[in-house]
Design a binder for this molecule. Structure first.
Ligand code: ADP
Ligand code: G6P
Length: 489
């Protein structure tokens, strides 16, 4: 079953990401239950259909024993997932350490954690060694499952070393790498002790993708300035080998949300929410409880709005749904306490015996409840300090065709480039500006809301996760074809 150019019709796609779409919870010696993982990477990739895909990654749990590993491997196989088993020490150094304490804040322009900056600097080398070791473990599993003709698509900052490891196994493997976070200015990237090694490893891929043109440009300029390589309009060239670099803005499976709104459970939740918040405008924040999301800043801006608009006190409520994430990393633990403290203070200040202005939940909501919440919201607040794209803003827009609510969106989220014309763009660090935008959104005339919504809805429903994946994989195939043509000449 082959096309004329020799490519198989249904190419197998090996998706490699640190996090599998399901996380495992042990129920007995050889019994496991699987729960949906949180985060934009999983959301986007689950929206991709039509590929013969296998997902290789970590199930979020330490499984030291063979019985447990075999049972989990079988349970995951039913979901077309293949586990990479990482022990506690590797998780501590690679995932909590190098990935989430170093790369994540740095790529989001937040620098290293303030208090233990020196300690972090001292542990760079051991954590980078663990990072490379973990990447090699992913490569080993990919290599075991790879069949000729497969396309290997590596994801995110956890796996920057993977393209190099894979090409060492097999130079003919088609390897793509996509970053789900911003790629920072080269001035930030060059502070990393492992800056050159990381760039060179990524360049081993055939295609390197980012959410926005700016992130791609930063990457190319890091390769030019740090490695002295030539940047071309197509990508980066090193000794005759071209690594194609381009922007592939991600999307969501908008139809899934749109269809859900007509279902009985979602309609039931919508009815309950409308009853519960009758007479009040609903403002909504949905985030992982992460420092990049600007949750404390958002809540302080809401407080400022309440201070300046006493006529709104009992007419508006902010629902902040924040799913805990990376809870073993001290910075995240501090953030949780900080958010709780601020919410408590503001509710104490502005609450009454019967109502509080902020409902803050530290939890994940299931798909139906989340869709219903998006649908009843009047104003969504996405105030990330930095964000690769931010799919919450897309999900909100997809659920708003009846209500036409307003999106307040950080100018530092990748989504500002696609939804900027329909949203109210804000600098999340400026709480006075965000407070004024809240007032603007709550008072916006219906005609303007309609116009802004139309723009965003059109974008979200046409630039989908499916289109994103098809474009990336097709371009990845073409880079290989080009390479083959070159060798034939
Ligand atoms: P990130 O990739 O940083 O997690 P995104 O906004 O791109 O940010 O994606 C977050 C994804 O996780 C979205 O699909 C969103 O619906 C989901 N999510 C975030 N917080 C929650 C929550 N509290 N409950 C349910 N889903 C959540
Ligand atoms: C972001 C990252 C993903 C990650 C997700 C959840 O979306 O880009 O790679 O999976 O956050 O974080 P976690 O550390 O729980 O996987």
């Amino acid at each position: 079953c082959e096309k004329q150019d020799g490519r198989p019709f249904r190419q197998r796609l090996l998706v490699v990401a640190n996090r599998l779409p399901v996380s495992a919870v042990r129920r007995g010696e050889d019994s496991w239950s699987l729960e949906m993982s949180a985060g934009g990477l999983v959301t986007a990739l689950l929206g991709v259909k039509g590929f013969e895909a296998r997902w290789i990654g970590w199930a979020g749990v330490n499984v030291p024993d063979k019985v447990g590993q075999d049972a989990l491997t079988d349970a995951l196989a039913q979901k077309k997932c293949i586990p990479v088993f990482l022990d506690e020490e590797i998780v501590h150094q690679y995932y909590n350490g190098y990935c989430n304490n170093i790369l994540w804040p740095l790529f989001h322009y937040l620098g290293l954690p303030q208090e233990d900056r020196l300690a972090t600097t001292r542990s760079f080398q051991s954590q980078f060694a663990a990072y490379k070791k973990a990447n090699q473990m992913f490569a080993d599993v990919v290599n075991q499952h790879y069949e000729e003709g497969d396309v290997v698509w590596c994801h995110d900052y956890h796996l920057m070393f993977l393209p190099k490891c894979l090409k060492e196994y097999n130079t003919n493997m088609k390897v793509g790498w996509f970053l789900h976070t911003p790629f920072p200015s080269s001035e930030i990237h060059r502070t990393l002790p492992s800056r050159s090694e990381l760039l060179r490893s990524v360049l081993a891929a055939d295609l390197v993708g980012f959410h926005t043109y700016d992130y791609a440009r930063h990457f190319v300029s890091a390769c030019t300035r740090i490695l002295g390589l030539e940047g071309t309009p197509e990508g980066v060239e090193d000794q005759g080998k071209l690594t194609r670099v381009a922007a592939f803005p991600i999307g969501i499976d908008a139809d899934r949300f749109i269809r859900a709104l007509d279902t009985q459970p979602v309609q039931e939740h919508i009815r309950e929410l409308k009853e519960r918040f009758a007479g009040r405008k609903v403002m909504l924040g949905v985030d992982r409880l992460d420092m990049i999301k600007g949750i404390p800043q958002k809540i302080l801006a809401f407080e400022k709005f309440l201070e300046e608009n006493s006529d709104w006190h009992d007419k508006v409520v902010l629902l902040q749904i924040a799913v805990p994430t990376r809870t073993d990393v001290p910075e995240y633990q501090k953030l949780t306490s900080q958010v709780h403290e601020i919410v408590g203070r503001i509710n104490g200040r502005f609450g009454t015996l019967t109502a509080v202005p902020i409902h803050h939940l530290d939890r994940s909501l299931d798909f139906h409840k989340l869709s219903a919440l998006y649908a009843v919201t009047d104003v969504a607040l996405v105030t990330s300090l930095r964000d690769g794209m931010n799919l919450v803003s897309y999900e909100f827009v997809a659920c708003q065709d009846a209500k036409k609510g307003v999106l307040i969106l950080s100018e530092f989220a990748g989504a500002a480039q696609s939804l900027g014309a329909g949203a109210i763009l804000v600098n999340p660090w400026n709480i006075t500006e965000v407070a004024a935008s809240i007032a603007q959104a709550l008072n916006m005339p219906a005609e303007e809301r309609e116009k802004r919504h139309r723009h965003n809805y059109m974008h979200v429903t046409t630039h989908t996760a499916q289109e994103w994946a098809e474009t990336f994989v097709s371009e990845l195939n073409d880079t290989v074809v080009e390479a083959q043509l070159r060798t034939r000449q």
